[in-house]
Write a protein that binds this ligand. Sequence first.
Ligand SMILES: [Fe+2]
Length: 187
Amino acid sequence: MVFDSLIEKYFPAGSKSYHIYIEHVSAVARTVSELCRRNRHLNIDEDLAVKGAMLHDLGICMVDAPKIECFGFMPYIQHGIIGRLILEDEGLPEYALFCERHIGTGMYIEDIIANKMPLPVKDMYPLTMEEKVVAYADKFFSKSKGKLSEPKDIEEIKKGIASYGARGTVIFSEWEKLFGVNIQPEL
Ligand SMILES: [Fe+2]
């Protein structure tokens, strides 16, 4: 598998966190690949997007999220910015922004300030088509045990997004129109 040794550096092979990580990012990567195949007219760089999908959640290795077997000390919401730092440090800056820009439907300065989020005060939302397809595919998969490869119901996703405000609903519906909604389990 691509990036095997890098992933094993942050999630020890055989550990529960490793299995959760691999199953989640593989489901996202398969979905990204399928969405690229179905939407050739968008000219998405599939290789870049799939690799970005495999690395987008690397930052969870340092967060405090025992439910997904991550026993770091950083707040979960910071896993995007942590992933960016790790990948830049690893000499892989071309994938770093997949981490930073995939949280929810993206993070916006106004919302970070208004909600006093523990994040840098700057916009961090997907800009390229590759970043958008990774963030979109990611919304279909939770990291809860037992449901890692099973796509969520789209209404459930929308409900979750709407609970954070209207902006996310608008962005998600743009992505729906762009990429399509028929996400199949076990692609
Ligand atoms: Fe993810």
